[in-house]
Design a protein around this ligand. Structure first.
Ligand SMILES: C[S@@+](CC[C@H](N)C(=O)[O-])C[C@H]1O[C@@H](n2cnc3c(N)ncnc32)[C@H](O)[C@@H]1O
Length: 237
C-alpha cells in the first residue's frame, strides 16, 4: 500500500494525512494485500508464537502493532522489540499495547539503523516492509538479522516480490488492483499504490531472497505461503 508515510515531512503540515493513514491502515492493507488478515497474519503469528513462547521477539517495521498484539497475547514473550520508522505508526502501537503486561521496547527508527547484541532473539519477523529497502541495505539487514538471532531461531520474512518476467508482475498488479477496488478502495488510492510499487519499491524475486538468506548463513529456507506477488518465507539460524 502507499507509503507516502515513509517520507516524513514537517509534522505540522502532514499530521492530518498521517493520522488519517494510521486510522485507515488496517482497512487499506486488507484491500491491497489479498490474504493479509485471513492468511498472512495467522500464519506469521503462528510461526512466531510456536518459536518464541517466553522468548525474545523482534518485529522490523511493526506498523500499528496489530501483529505484535496477537503475539503478546498468545506467546507471552519475555520481550518484544518493535522497530518502526514512522512516528504516527509507532505512537499508535504504543497506545494499542499500553495495557500489556510484557516487556515491550519501541524503537522509532529505520530497520537499517537498528542495532542489537548477537544471539538476542528467538524469532524475528518483518511483514511487508523490506521491499522498501534498497538492495545493498537489504543485504546488510538480512545479515544482521542472522547475527541477532539465537541458534535455532527463526526469521519470518513476508514481503511483496518481483518476478524475472515483468509481465507476470503486471498481471499481479492488475489482479490486486481489481480486488482492492472491489473491496472499496478508491481508484485514486489504487493508482497511487501501484505507482509506488512499480516506481519506488525495491522488490526482489523469491530466488534473490533465498540467495540473500543463504549468503547470510540461514538454513532450512522455506516458502510457507504465496499468492500474487506476496510471499511468506521462514529461515532458520
Ligand atoms: C505495509 S506496513 C506493514 C506493517 C506491519 N508489519 C504489518 O504487518 O501490518 C509497512 C510498515 O513498515 C514501515 N517501514 C517502511 N520502511 C521501513 C524501514 N526502513 N524501517 C522500519 N520501518 C519501515 C512503514 O512505516 C509501515 O509502518
Amino acid at each position: 500500500m502507499p507509503e507516502k508515510y515513509n517520507n516524513p515531512s514537517p509534522p505540522e503540515k502532514e499530521s492530518g494525512f498521517y493520522s488519517d493513514i494510521v486510522r485507515r491502515y488496517e482497512t487499506e492493507v486488507n484491500r491491497f494485500v489479498p490474504g493479509y488478515a485471513e492468511e498472512i497474519v495467522p500464519l506469521v503469528t503462528g510461526e512466531v508464537i510456536r518459536k518464541a513462547h517466553n522468548g525474545a521477539v523482534l518485529d522490523l517495521g511493526s506498523g500499528v502493532g496489530n501483529v505484535d498484539e496477537i503475539i503478546i497475547d498468545q506467546a507471552n514473550p519475555q520481550s518484544i522489540d518493535l522497530v518502526e520508522i514512522l512516528e504516527p505508526m509507532i505512537e499508535e502501537s504504543k497506545k494499542r499495547l499500553e495495557d500489556k503486561n510484557s516487556t515491550i521496547r519501541f524503537h522509532e527508527m529505520s530497520a537499517e539503523d537498528f542495532e542489537a547484541e548477537p544471539n538476542s532473539f528467538n524469532a524475528v519477523l518483518s511483514n511487508l516492509v523490506i521491499h522498501n529497502i534498497p538492495y545493498e541495505d537489504k543485504v546488510r539487514l538480512i545479515s544482521n538479522i542472522h547475527k541477532w538471532l539465537k541458534d535455532g531461531g527463526i526469521f519470518i520474512w513476508t514481503d511483496l516480490v518481483s518476478f524475472s518476467d515483468t509481465a507476470e508482475l503486471e498481471r499481479c498488479f492488475e489482479e490486486r488492483k481489481k480486488i482492492a477496488i472491489s473491496m472499496g478502495a478508491t481508484e485514486e488510492f489504487a493508482e497511487e499504490n501501484f505507482k509506488k510499487e512499480r516506481e519506488e519499491d525495491n522488490m526482489i524475486t523469491v530466488e534473490q531472497m533465498t540467495e540473500m538468506l543463504q549468503q547470510a548463513g540461514f538454513q532450512n529456507i522455506e516458502i510457507l505461503w504465496t499468492r500474487y506477488n506476496e510471499v511468506v518465507m521462514r529461515a532458520t539460524k
